[in-house]
Each structure stands twice: as C-alpha cells, then as structure tokens.
Design a protein around this ligand. Structure first.
Ligand code: EPZ
Length: 415
C-alpha cells in the first residue's frame, strides 16, 4: 500500500464511531509489563505502528508478545536483557520510559539517547535528574545512557516541568523500592492515572496520579494482570474536529468526555453543539465555525496533541485565531502545509495567527503524527482533491484512519 491519502473534500461527516484504547496509555503500560515475570493481557488495543514497535522492543528484551483482535498479551517470564535495542529505540522516542521498568526488573538499564523529532529536541534531562535523585547511578557516553539502580532508594522528587514521560519513568522506577517515593509537580494526564491503575492491578501501591503529587509505596513483588487501557482522547478529539469542519454530526459510542473538557469547551466556543450522555457523546456542527484562540498547556489545559487539528479548524472558521504552543518548542510544521492549501497563517516563534477563509486541495506532506492528522482534516473541508504524503507517520497513532473516516462518509483512499 502507498504512503499517500487521496482525499476529495466537501463531504459532510456523519455517523457513529467507537474510540480504541489510547496510544499514550498503551505504550507506558506495555513498558510497565516488563516489571513482572508473569503474563499481562491488555484489552481493546489498537493496531498502531508505535504499539507494534514497542512490542518488538519487548521481544528483543526476551518477552513474548501476541496480538489478536485487539487483545495484546505480554509474557515477561523469559525477559533477560536490560539493554534497549538501538534501532528500535530511535524509531520509537517514547521507548525512553523503559528506563524505569528495566531498573525495577533488572536493577539496571542501558538505553539509547533518543533523537529529536519534528516537534522539538525532546530532551530527557528531567528523567535523568529524577532517577539520580532516587539513587540511580547514570553514566552517559557515546549516545548511550547506562543506569545502575542496584542501590536506588525512595526519595522526594520535584519535576521542574510536569513532564508526562518523566512522571511515568519515575513512577515505574520506584514500584519495588522500599519506602515511599513522592513525585511533585507530576504530570496530571489521564494516561498517568491509567498507568497507576495498571501498576496497582499488578500489585503495586501507587496513589495520587491525576494530581500534582504522586506517591509510590514500594512492594516486594508484582504479578500479572488483565487490563483495559482508557480510550484515546486525542483520536476522539480528532474525529470530533473532522465532523465540526465538515458541517456534520458524529456520535462517539461508549466514550466519556471527562478526559477532554478543554477540547470540548473549545469546540463549543467554535459553535458546535455537544451533548454528553451517559453512554457516549455527540457533536453537531454549526453552519459556520467561529474563530477561537488556543493556548496549549499540560493537562487539564488544552492538549498540545490537539493543537494541529485545531489550527486546521481555525483555517475554515469565521474570524482570526491566535494559537500559542506552550508545550513543545517547534510544533507548527503543519502551518506551511496548510498555507499550500490556501490558509492564511503567520507564525512567530510559538505563536500562530490564523485568518479563517476557505481551503483548496493541494499536494501536502505530513511531518509528524498530529500534523498529518491536521492535513487530513483540512483536506476533508477543502474544495477539490488533496494528496497527503508520508502517511506512515499518521499510522503511528491512528489505526486505519481512512476506514474510520470512510465509514463516516468521507471520500478518502490510501494509494
Ligand atoms: C508525551 O510525550 C506524549 N507521548 C506526547 O504525545 C505528548 O505530546 C506529550 O506527552 C505532552 O502531553 C507519549 O505519551 C508516548 P513531555 P513526552 O515529557 O512524555 C520537555 C503524540 O502526538 N521535556 O510531557 O515526551 C519536552 O521537550 C505525542 O501522541 C524536557 O525539557 O512529553 C516538551 O517540551 C507527541 N525535559 C515538554 O517537556 C525532559 O526530561 C513536554 O514533554 C522531558 C520533557
């Protein structure tokens, strides 16, 4: 199959969708599974490239994994290695939160310094500073990081920034450490709460996730568990935005909007009617969207992973929008591509000014996962045909996006 989506704009999206488990919950939970020698089963897992790459990493460490019909089984019985495979680690940046689980399982971890990517340098200084605070000896040389946690101890760590990955790494590094470890200024994302739930299902004793203070009381051992990770709030937000931009309506069955108040508030501000029922959530788009201002922040603020999609919405809204990306230092790669489609966008450092108007189809290129999603949304609302290249980046975080959108009435093909 090719690496291009061909999209004919103009179709109103309407219908129902079911949201799969969250990529950003499943990945850290898969990492955590290596902490036990027992079998772990995750339900409702999407078949994403990032999930597949994480499974390959676990297999390189000696785990056995099996994926069938959304059920992912990980058996860590034969895990032997504490050195992460270079190539796979480079391909999957988020593999950096394998440090904590490997230190917990083997006492040591060797990981590759992750490369930067399109949305920024992606440093890991907060991860390393926190681990050192917990008595992990860390040596960095030749692009590799050698962690020796055999003399680690409980501690009180304050994060300079509520980093999602650093919070997750430190939670997992402390699970079997005697005493109580505290993480202050912890990230509060729902995926952190889900990781806490999974660790506790394995016999861990973590509390406070979702707040700024997470407490981990060390236990003697962990056991296997079966666990259903939470639904993907970013996939949900992406589909809601697609319906909003095409004047359509959509029902997300069995999905609760609790994890995405900031996104729902913005879509309502743009004129959408959103109804949160007990068994799901529906959105009806207005005749014309109103411009909105977006300031990304750590949770519960507006999520950076929805910034690109909202920029696409602002391109077809009535009025001028200000978008400020406060979380990553360069996450506007989609702006230049949207301009190719006729958007009026001015970017200055972390601020973009978008003057709403009409979009026309063009050949554009995805530079990162969410930028790619934004270009698909723009193409759905554009006049004429758009070709989005580099869609393997989109496959990292959306499972067969073209099938989901086709079921809602979109005219999209993978070529
Ligand atoms: C997680 O990345 C997500 N990935 C990202 O989703 C998401 O955008 C991000 O959290 C913020 O919500 C996964 O969960 C797999 P951070 P992570 O550490 O952990 C800086 C997507 O599209 N920082 O919270 O890497 C960092 O440079 C992806 O699904 C340091 O300076 O995010 C960034 O500016 C993209 N030093 C900010 O903090 C550190 O040691 C937020 O990063 C760590 C981070």
């Amino acid at each position: 199959m090719g690496d291009i989506f061909r999209i004919m704009g103009g179709a109103r999206l309407s219908g129902r969708a079911v949201i799969p488990a969250a990529k950003n919950a499943v990945l850290p939970i898969m990492a955590a599974a290596v902490m036990t020698g027992d079998c772990v089963t995750l339900h409702g897992c999407p078949a994403l490239d990032d999930v597949g790459n994480m499974a390959k990493i676990l297999e390189e460490l000696g785990c056995e994994t099996r994926a069938a019909a959304g059920r992912l089984t990980i058996d860590g019985k034969n895990a032997r290695r504490h050195e992460m495979p270079d190539l796979l680690s480079k391909r999957l940046r988020s593999s950096i939160f394998m440090m904590g689980p490997l230190i917990t399982r083997f006492g040591r971890a060797t990981v590759t310094y992750p490369g930067g990517c399109e949305i920024g340098l992606r440093p890991i200084d907060l991860h390393l500073k926190g681990l050192r605070r917990l008595g992990v000896d860390i040596r960095e040389e030749h692009g590799r990081i050698y962690c020796d946690g055999r003399h680690r101890h409980a501690g009180d760590v304050l994060l300079d920034f509520p980093s999602v990955g650093a919070t997750e790494n430190l939670m997992m590094a402390a699970v079997l450490t005697k005493g109580e470890t505290i993480i202050r200024n912890a990230a509060r994302e729902p995926e952190i709460v889900d990781l806490q739930g999974f660790i506790n299902a394995m016999g861990g004793r973590v509390s406070g996730a979702g707040s700024s203070i997470v407490r981990i009381r060390g236990v003697d051992s962990l056991h296997g568990a079966a666990y259903p990770p939470i639904a993907d709030r970013i996939t949900a937000g992406t589909l809601l935005t697609a319906a909003a931009m095409t004047g359509g309506e959509i029902a997300l069955d069995g999905f609760s909007g609790d994890s995405m108040d900031a996104v729902l508030a913005k879509l309502r501000e743009a004129g959408c009617l959103i109804d949160e029922r007990g068994d799901g959530l529906t959105l009806s788009a207005p005749g014309r969207l109103r411009a909105v201002d977006v300031f990304t922040q750590p949770y519960p603020g507006f999520p950076t992973d929805m910034q690109a999609q909202m920029m696409a919405l602002c391109c077809v809204a009535e009025g001028t929008s200000i978008i400020v990306e406060n979380v990553f230092e360069s996450r506007f790669s989609h702006a230049a591509q949207l301009v190719r489609m006729g958007a009026d966008i001015t970017v200055h450092h972390r601020t973009a000014v978008v003057r709403g108007g009409r979009l026309t189809g063009a050949r554009v290129t995805a530079r990162d996962l969410r930028a790619g999603a934004a270009l698909v949304l723009a193409a759905l609302a554009a006049d004429g045909m758009t070709e989005v290249e580099n869609i393997s980046l989109i496959d990292r975080g959306y499972e067969r996006l073209e099938e989901t959108l086709t079921a809602l009435g979109a005219r999209i093909r993978r070529v």
